[in-house]
Write a protein that binds this ligand. Structure first.
Ligand code: NAP
Length: 289
């Protein structure tokens, strides 16, 4: 079970439970690949000592190990040159034991992140950030989907939500979350509105929505008065509240009383993002069959 109904009415879409199901499938498929001589492998590259990045890469490497995937973590000092990083990516592109390459962002300021992303071979771009991946998504061709929006779509699928003809409002337009999220919703025949910091009346938009995806990075961007009763609310945000507690963009306690379904933070989109990274890495290796 990855979704539970509560006395408040809203279905809670449990990202941990759904992740466990999907990771069990990854493990099964990885074993089948191993039996045919291929061990799916992910390379995680970290430059510098950003504390949040260190936690993220540790979690990704651990998730690989738990699912039976091979992973290598390459750590470099913050003063690594751009040329040296590009050379490492080139070597990983050519390494047959590696099926996915992830460079943890942000990279230090003297390194051009776009250049780094574009250096990754599109067939190993398991983060889905390469322009080839973004372009494939835009025109509806197969390619790697960015892990966070991909995970959000899986969450909607887990409650059998039919997006056809629904109005979806995405708050946020980043290249890694908001924009690809909007494209995926559009592919499923939702009518999509994208909001951002220049949106004049956010509440007027969200009140029309059957589905709201909040991907801003600010506490309480979405409050109860902004949500139509029964709407599905996906909270991508990862913030700290005044008490230092991890929370999303949504006023969870208030909104769950009116929403039809909602994702919690923590335990919602966060675990799904890592899960979809495992899925992408596995599928990259499966393409070799
Ligand atoms: P980002 O690049 O900073 O983008 C934030 C977006 O929010 C921008 O498009 C911005 O508009 C918009 N925005 C800012 N203030 C707004 C407001 N008051 N009303 C409406 N829109 C507003 O962030 P991101 O990388 O997309 O990430 C968004 C959040 O998701 C962050 O909290 C991040 O930590 C979290 N996140 C979580 C996961 C996960 O696995 N759970 C993964 C990725 C990201 P403009 O474009 O006009 O500036």
């Amino acid at each position: 079970m990855s979704a539970t109904s509560t006395s408040s009415g809203a279905t809670i879409i449990d990202g941990n439970a759904l992740s466990a199901q999907l990771r069990a499938d990854v493990m099964r498929r990885a074993q089948a690949l191993k039996a045919r001589g291929i061990t799916p492998g992910l390379a995680v590259v970290l430059v510098g000592d950003n504390p949040a990045s260190q936690v993220y890469v540790r979690n990704k490497v651990k998730a690989c190990a738990d699912a039976g995937l091979h992973s290598v973590l390459e750590r470099y000092e913050a003063d690594m040159t751009e040329a040296a990083l590009l050379a490492r990516i080139d070597a990983l592109n050519k390494d047959p034991s590696i099926h996915g390459i992830l460079v943890q962002l942000p990279v230090p300021k003297h390194i051009d992140a776009n250049k780094v992303i574009e250096a990754i071979a599109p067939e190993k771009d398991v983060d889905g950030f390469h322009i080839a991946s973004a372009g494939a998504l835009m025109v509806g061709q197969p390619g790697f989907l960015p892990c966070t929006p991909y995970g959000c779509m899986k969450m909607l699928e887990s409650i059998s939500y039919d997006l056809r003809g629904k109005h979806a409002v995405v708050i946020g337009r980043s290249n890694i979350v908001g924009k690809p999220m909007a494209m995926l919703l559009l592919q499923k025949n939702a009518t999509v509105t994208i909001c951002h910091s220049g949106t004049k009346d956010l509440k007027a938009m969200t009140l029309q929505a059957d589905v709201i995806v909040a991907a801003v990075g600010k506490v309480n961007v979405l409050t109860t008065d902004m949500v139509k009763p029964g709407a599905v609310v996906i909270d991508v945000g990862m913030n700290r509240n005044d008490q230092g507690k991890l929370c999303g963009d949504v006023d969870y306690e208030g909104v769950r009383a009116v929403a039809g379904a909602i994702t919690p933070v923590p335990g919602g989109v966060g675990p799904m993002t890592i899960t979809m990274l495992l899925v992408n890495t596995l599928e990259s290796a499966e393409r070799l069959l």
